[in-house]
Design a protein around this ligand. Structure first.
Ligand SMILES: [Zn+2]
Ligand SMILES: [Zn+2]
Length: 248
């Protein structure tokens, strides 16, 4: 593979992999970088982008942020910015609710008949209002997260033939399953696929060994041995399978 210029994303990846457990590499490096990147995005949104008409439209269309990012925003504070953003959403929702109509359906219409047979409520009568209150676009923070995930995973794949990066990744937690799946979707050639799978299997097999050790030491016959590095492997296993808390 031709040597590509190394980007800021490459150095961020190297940094998180090189600095070890203290910097979070006991969980998926992409999870770690993404949660920092989303926090930075929400912060800039609150303090710099509140009056950007495009961003405000995007938030109105999404009917606010998704549950996860809305509460992350609340933890960042910024009563004024959040007040302005959410007043917009509330006013949008109020406008649609005012326009909403209860659509009377014929008692024996096919829709009512199907609903009656399936035991559902006659949802058709309010379906138009329900539809317009649904998000009409992606949560802006989710969209930003997806973009940055692809940047980091693409960079990782581009530089997987860099032995320093590959061996740092091999000794880290590896990618969580959601990010491994996403990385696989970005792979464009077989050598990269082979390298990615080899590194990921090394990480998963090491964790599997630690979990086996954890299970063995819970046997009363070995209880006196005490726990080593495998002591928190059960928490790392959750992060490995589901990704770091809050990434989805
Ligand atoms: Zn991850
Ligand atoms: Zn979101």
């Amino acid at each position: 593979m031709a040597q590509l210029p190394k980007s800021a994303a490459y150095y961020n990846l190297r940094d998180v992999l090189d600095t070890g457990p203290a910097n979070g590499s006991r969980t998926c490096p992409v999870c770690h970088l993404i949660s920092k990147s989303v926090t930075r995005y929400l912060d800039s949104l609150l303090y710099e982008l509140v009056n950007d008409p495009g961003v405000r439209q995007e938030i109105r269309d999404a009917r606010g942020f998704c549950n996860e990012h809305a509460w992350q925003l609340q933890k960042l504070g910024g009563a004024l910015g959040i007040g302005i953003i959410y007043r917009d959403v509330i006013e949008t929702v109020v406008k649609f609710i005012r326009q909403g109509k209860y659509r009377r359906t014929q008692l024996l219409s096919r829709q009512r008949l199907q609903e009656a047979l399936s035991g559902d409520q006659p949802a058709a009568a309010t379906a138009d209002l329900v539809a317009v209150l649904e998000p009409q676009g992606t949560c802006p923070a989710c969209r930003q997260r997806h973009i940055m995930e692809n940047v980091y995973l693409g960079t990782l794949l581009e530089h997987l033939d860099d032995e320093h990066l590959a061996s740092a990744l091999r000794t880290s937690a590896g990618l969580c399953l959601p990010h491994f799946r996403q990385a696989l979707q970005l792979v464009q050639d077989e050598p990269t696929f082979q390298r990615l799978v080899e590194v990921q299997l090394a990480c998963l097999e090491r964790l599997d060994g630690e979990l086996s050790e954890l299970v063995r030491k819970h046997d009363y016959r070995f209880a006196g041995e005490g726990f080593g590095a495998e002591g928190d492997s059960w928490i790392r296993a959750i992060a490995q399978v589901s990704g770091q808390e809050g990434i989805r």
